[in-house]
Design a protein around this ligand. Structure first.
Ligand code: TRP
Length: 331
């Protein structure tokens, strides 16, 4: 796998949850020493739903600080803000002409978000997967680590890449999704059949990476359990299974070991232990993030260097694309 390129991004909208932490950020750490990694703050995707400008700017920096606090090393990988690299929008425009309206209308996330934001079904919302394809293809990524909900977007990226290559000659690496199973499995504390979401309306459903210890313990205390009192993994016990999965993820134990830890114990004691495991793990990350956010010069420097590196790769790909499609680029 030497020499492979990895691309992923997170939107700086909403608060990240422990699902994002386990599912995305933590998995990226394992990849950064092995692969050529690009990790972006997808602020251009974020504005497909309404954002408060000052909040979007603040969250973008918070997200960058969080990545670094979690262990993403800006020396080893390219960490940057999507809008600082203009080629994303430029390539998306070209790819738009190879994408059909019908395909975009059929996208599951577009349909979901259209329902949720019925008063703002804008062109960007529909075009979201094409921008994502541009993100990935600009860097000739081989692997795209994403949660289950984004696999359809990687699928369409592959289709668009193949379509372009067939029509204009070999240009893009056709990427592969790397499905992050573990994070996809962390569910809402209130409706454990549903994935934990950063945009859940019920504040007790999701544990945010910014939650303090009291909030974390309180949310786990209120977590929905099941009717009997056994602490074991079972499909008919989604609440308890979810808590066991979270406990295992935050302690490095297997779910089986977690089951053993709590054999014969009550739900109260169990929920407290899960909350404590999560709070203990997040405390040092939160401290480091706060420290980084105070050091604006350092953060700004990291992001400028990241954008510069990303720009160099992106410019090369875009120039190749423009040549293939017949865009005049000067003499
Ligand atoms: N759409 C992704 C999400 O919401 C974020 C994203 C934007 C992304 N561009 C990407 C993920 C490129 C992987 C690759 O989770």
């Amino acid at each position: 796998m030497e020499g492979k390129t990895v691309y992923s991004a997170i939107q700086p909208s909403g608060n990240l949850t422990i699902g994002n932490y386990v599912g995305s950020i933590r998995n990226w750490l394992n990849m950064q020493s092995e692969y050529d990694c690009y990790f972006a703050m997808a602020n251009m995707h974020a504005i497909t739903v309404r954002q408060e400008p000052s909040e979007l700017r603040r969250r973008t920096l918070e997200l960058a600080a969080l990545y670094i606090a979690c262990g993403v090393d800006p020396e080893k990988c390219t960490l940057y803000v999507q809008s600082q690299v203009p080629q994303h929008a430029e390539l998306a425009w070209v790819l738009n002409t190879l994408t059909y309206v019908g395909e975009m209308e059929r996208m599951t996330q577009f349909k979901d978000k259209s329902r949720k934001h019925a008063d703002n079904i804008n062109m960007g919302l529909m075009d979201y997967p094409v921008l994502m394809a541009a993100d990935i293809l600009l860097y000739q990524a081989d692997l795209v680590p994403v949660g289950q909900d984004q696999t359809q977007h990687v699928e369409i990226t592959r289709d668009i890449a193949v379509r372009f290559n067939n029509r204009f000659g070999d240009t893009f690496t056709v990427p592969q999704a790397l499905i992050l199973k573990q994070g996809a499995k962390i569910c809402s504390l209130q409706e454990p059949e549903k994935k934990m979401s950063k945009s859940d309306e019920n504040p007790n459903a999701s544990v945010y990476l910014t939650d303090d210890r009291d909030a974390i313990l309180r949310k786990f205390k209120r977590a929905v359990t099941d009717s009997d009192s056994e602490i074991r993994l079972a499909p008919e016990k989604p609440g308890i299974s979810n808590l066991l999965t979270i406990y295992a993820s935050f302690t490095g134990k297997t779910a089986g070991e977690a089951e053993k830890d709590f054999a014969g114990k009550g739900y109260g004691e169990f929920k407290l232990a899960v909350g404590e495991a999560v709070a203990d793990k997040l405390a040092p990350v939160q401290q480091e993030q706060a420290r980084l956010l105070k050091d604006k010069a350092y953060l700004g420097g990291v992001l400028a260097a990241g954008a510069e590196r990303a720009y160099k790769t992106a410019r090369k790909t875009l120039s190749k694309v423009y040549r293939k499609i017949g865009f005049y680029q000067g003499e």
